[in-house]
Ligand binder design. Structure first.
Ligand SMILES: *Cc1c(COP(=O)(O)O)cnc(C)c1O
Length: 400
């Protein structure tokens, strides 16, 4: 249990709940309420039911034959891309909206970057007939217009945020400000394993269904319930947390995470927080943060809007520093190439976020009998234009 949250809300030296006075009661109430709710039969029943019939779980564990041959291993893909709304994010929003209902909240807010978490939140709000307001950086509102239209169509109000760099980090700050103004009736659905305790633990638990299913599916397919290696991409850390949750204390399992290197970790254009960050406090949590010497948050840069965050979930900061996880910085051009490769080798167009995980394979060495599970966190429909604009980086696959 040394990598799970402790009773004070910390993962080693990281985590905690650094919130303004006005939110103290709100956050404290949630800390008291979340475990009893998650462990109640009522919650479990409704959560399981919706994951199965609404989201479409269990998501398949697919043996990727051609990619296995290429990378000299037994490669299985955990297909979160096949979920309703196209990514793993919905596992978490379903859980949190049920929690909000149980706590008697009537108004939902959320932050979003690329818009995937915003869409997943607007979706469950439509489902549950709840009032929904989404904060999104004005830059992202322009870049991700289709997702903005989806959220509006689902009935959500989208607020463009015009402070700072007008991207994800600013949207988070604005959501926290809104929460400060409406602490009594509002539930903030956080989209990744970030924010003040208990959010990182809530989100990790909601996503842990991914590794719960991997265990069972591997047992059925290989006769053994653990892989030799797990691979996932990491932005704030939710799909990674879900992928590794039931294996973190199992030392037989190697864990490789791919963060977004952008143009490279030795440039100013990167989102590789674990490589480049230093200890600080961001959005209510002590963690690794990309910041200047005097503590100003630096803008994250990556081709992948979903990995565009200058912080990292505290559990991942802790695990990386303890060398439980191996974190690689994968650059934009490597991710693009890997996205094309998976498309042509297996007929699966991955989200560019997920393509970062695929790119990590080429840096790893396996033996043919080793079992590797890689989580495809989302589908690439939203990224087709970006892939096409970067066809020159597709190598042998760009000739069309
Ligand atoms: C949001 C997103 C991510 C990054 O978020 P995590 O919390 O690190 O999982 C990765 N992949 C997809 C498809 C996403 O939408």
């Amino acid at each position: 249990m040394k990598f799970k949250v402790d009773e004070n809300g910390f993962y080693g030296q990281f985590g905690g709940a650094y919130v303004p006075e006005i939110l103290y009661k709100c956050v404290h109430d949630l800390q008291e309420a979340y475990l009893p709710i998650i462990e109640s039969e009522d919650f479990k029943k409704e959560y399981r039911h919706l994951l199965r019939d609404y989201v479409g779980r269990p998501s398949p564990l697919y043996f990727a034959k051609r990619m296995s041959e290429r990378y000299n291993c037994q490669l299985y893909l955990k297909r979160e891309d096949l979920n309703h709304t196209g990514a793993h994010k919905i596992n978490n929003t379903i859980g949190q909206i049920l929690m909000a209902k149980k706590m008697g909240k009537t108004r939902i807010i959320a932050e979003t970057g690329a818009g995937q978490h915003g869409v997943a939140t607007a979706t469950v709000c439509a489902l549950m007939n709840m009032h929904c307001e989404i904060f999104m950086g004005a830059t992202d509102v322009e870049r991700q217009h289709t997702n903005v239209e989806r959220m509006r169509m689902l009935g959500a109000q989208v607020h463009p945020v015009t402070t700072g760099n007008m991207t994800l980090s600013d949207a988070c700050s604005q959501a926290i400000r809104d929460w400060c103004c409406h602490p009594a009736d509002t539930f903030y659905i956080v989209g990744s394993t970030m924010g003040p305790h208990p959010y990182p633990d809530i989100v990790a638990r909601m996503q842990s269904v991914i590794s719960e299913e991997i265990k069972q599916q591997l047992l059925e397919k290989t006769g053994r319930d653990y892989p030799d290696c797990l691979v996932a991409c990491i932005g704030g850390g939710s799909n990674a947390a879900g992928t590794i949750y039931h294996y973190v204390d199992d030392e037989r399992v190697r864990i490789v995470l791919a963060e977004a290197g952008g143009h490279g970790i030795d440039t100013d254009y990167t989102a590789a927080t674990i490589h480049c960050g230093t200890e600080g406090i961001l959005h209510g949590s002590r963690t690794l943060v990309m910041q200047t010497d005097d503590g100003q948050i630096k803008e994250a840069f990556t081709i992948s809007a979903g990995l565009d965050y200058p912080g990292i979930g505290p559990m991942h900061a802790h695990m990386a520093l303890a060398h439980r996880t191996e974190v690689m910085a994968v650059n934009d051009d490597e991710a693009i190439r890997a996205g094309y490769e998976l498309t042509r080798m297996e007929g699966i167009i991955p989200a560019i976020e997920s393509a970062h995980a695929v790119a990590a394979l080429s840096r790893l060495h396996f033996t043919p009998d080793q079992v590797v599970v890689l989580t495809v966190s989302g589908r690439g429909d939203k990224d087709v234009q970006t892939y096409l604009n970067n066809k020159d980086k597709a190598g042998e696959y760009g000739d069309f």
